[in-house]
Design a protein around this ligand. Structure first.
Ligand SMILES: [Zn+2]
Ligand SMILES: [Zn+2]
Ligand SMILES: [Zn+2]
Ligand SMILES: [Zn+2]
Length: 326
């Protein structure tokens, strides 16, 4: 359903009625002999003609905007719009789905289009649902949800370290710096970073960030099935960012363990897309085999529970199924 951000602004007493607009051009209508009502009416017309380029409309009933939605699927109406014999309208996909029979009165829906309504829909603009997170786009009302799903770069994400940050990923860097000092580790793409895991901590995360306004990576170290001297740690990376569908970036990460004993050489690679939040590592469950996680035997950790690993992240772009590293 629509969020309140989609609604037109409520009427405010500070808004000037049109007839309060003043014109610098003297006109006969400003004669003191004229009745106040006549003067207001004339100035109103003058104000409309002066302001017609930036005229905005206020709907006093917030529910009125629902009239721009299909009454069946509740998605915004988008041209072409046809109607039944009794004037009911529904969106073109519902028309197709219902074989052009009106679900309200069961008469058939013809092919005659309502051009005036289509023009109105095409000229109705609104703010992006993510305006409160920083998006300043104004879009057609009927493209609002599509924009938010596919191209908006201000889709909110959550902080991997706390549960009170829900905002654009562009602000996550500052949030991590301000609220979680010392939690974030700076890294560069294509360079190995040494990280010491600790399996005495049940669910351990490392936040890796490259710079202000960039996506953030979370290296998770989760104890998944620990018996005495016989268990696994799942080690994996999640990328947190805007997750708009138009962002086709992929990130390949490599985790390598090079122990002092030769058999302890292990390497794991996977590709991740941008997500809006980290996985819920507190409800991870037991896993025994997976290609999505690097399963590290507990025996690899030393007697104090420590294990050094090297992590490298590479940025890639997927176009038509072809992955390019850069
Ligand atoms: Zn519909
Ligand atoms: Zn009907
Ligand atoms: Zn947006
Ligand atoms: Zn936080």
């Amino acid at each position: 359903m629509l969020s309140p951000a989609a609604k037109p602004p409520p009427f405010s007493p500070t808004m000037s009625p049109r007839w309060n607009s003043s014109s610098s051009t003297p006109s006969p209508s400003s004669s003191p002999e004229m009745s106040k009502a006549q003067k207001m009416q004339d100035e109103d017309v003058q104000a409309i003609s002066n302001d017609e380029q930036d005229c905005s409309i206020i709907w006093f009933d917030p529910k009125a905007i629902d009239l721009l939605d299909c009454p069946i699927c509740l998605e915004p109406l988008k041209p072409p719009i046809s109607h039944c014999h009794n004037g009911h309208i529904l969106c073109s996909s519902c028309c197709t789905h219902l074989k052009n029979i009106c679900p309200i009165c069961t008469t058939s829906i013809g092919s005659t289009r309502i051009r005036t309504l289509e023009n109105l829909l095409e000229s109705t603009k609104c703010f992006c649902p993510n305006k409160k997170f920083g998006c300043e786009e104004t879009i057609s009302y009927y493209d609002r949800n599509v924009h938010a799903r596919t191209s908006c770069t201000y889709v909110p994400c959550t902080c991997p370290c706390c549960d009170h940050f829900v905002d654009s990923y562009k602000k996550l860097y500052v949030h991590l710096s301000d609220e979680h000092k010392g939690r974030a580790i700076c890294f560069s793409y294509n360079e190995f970073l040494l990280v010491t895991l600790n399996n005495k901590v049940k669910n351990e995360i490392f936040v890796l960030q490259r710079g202000r306004g960039d996506v953030v990576f979370v290296l998770n170290n989760v104890v998944v099935d620990q018996h005495v001297g016989n268990g696994w740690n799942a080690v994996f990376v999640v990328c947190i960012g805007s997750r708009s569908l138009s962002d086709e970036r992929l990130f390949k990460y490599t985790i390598a363990i090079v122990g002092d004993v030769e058999e302890r050489f292990m390497i794991f690679q996977d590709r991740v897309k941008i997500e809006r939040k980290n996985v819920d590592i507190n409800n991870f469950g037991n896993i025994t085999a997976s290609t999505e996680y690097f399963l590290v035997p507990c025996s690899f950790f030393d007697s104090s529970g420590k294990l050094n690993i090297s992590v490298k992240i590479t940025e890639e772009l997927e176009e038509d199924g072809v992955v390019t590293s850069y």
